[in-house]
Design a protein around this ligand. Structure first.
Ligand code: CO
Length: 200
């Protein structure tokens, strides 16, 4: 038995279960994807996009990275964004972060973490932008939760200022951008902010 047997067996059972309900399930899905949502989330294994919003394959276009960061130098993220907006014509872009985010927590320390510090610097910038919100006597977990929220709000702004979203709004596309925070402790999502073309 290879190490991957566990997941290959689970995959087969999962596909069989879906085909029992609808024998044409995969055939239909393979013809087309028309998701209404683009999800930009944290890569954390505890925050799987489709599962926490209980949507099946075909309903969400997904991009995930450490601490759900959106920066104009990231061709990967921007290409996902362009494809989702211009080809799939999604109606909602969701930036979803979560409390207790390891990436955000690491960004709060000034220790040396090697290469990843280049990525986490984007979150350090968020903290600098909102330095007045952080008091010295603030408990560490409270500061972490606050930075998780501020990071989501800033990344939503970064999505809204891309040429991709600005051009879509100029074209009159129905498109809104949402910032959501996920609570690992109770599995609940909360909306922090929302932008539409009228905010452009
Ligand atoms: Co995270």
């Amino acid at each position: 038995m290879g190490d991957l047997d566990r997941i290959l067996i689970r995959n087969k059972l999962w596909a069989e279960k879906l085909k029992e309900i609808n024998p044409n399930y995969f055939e239909n899905l393979s013809r087309l994807q028309a998701p209404e949502y683009l999800w930009i989330g944290c890569a954390d294994s505890r925050v799987p996009a489709n599962q926490i919003i209980d949507l099946p394959p075909g309903e969400v276009f997904v991009h995930r990275n450490i601490a759900n960061v959106v920066v104009p130098s990231d061709l990967n993220c921007l290409s996902v964004l362009q494809y989702a907006v211009e080809v799939l014509k999604v109606k909602h872009i969701i930036v979803c972060g979560h409390y207790g985010c390891g990436g955000v927590k690491t960004a709060m320390s000034d220790d040396d973490h090697g290469l990843i510090d280049n990525w986490l610097n984007h979150i350090r910038t968020v903290r600098r932008l909102h330095a007045d919100r952080f008091s010295k006597d603030m408990p560490e977990d409270e500061a972490l939760d606050l930075l998780c929220e501020l990071n989501i709000i800033e990344q939503v702004k970064n999505v809204c200022t891309t040429t991709i979203v600005r051009d879509a709004w100029l074209r009159g596309a129905v498109l809104s951008v949402h910032g959501l925070v996920y609570n690992l402790k109770d599995g609940i999502l909360q909306e922090l902010c929302m932008h539409t073309a009228t905010d452009a």
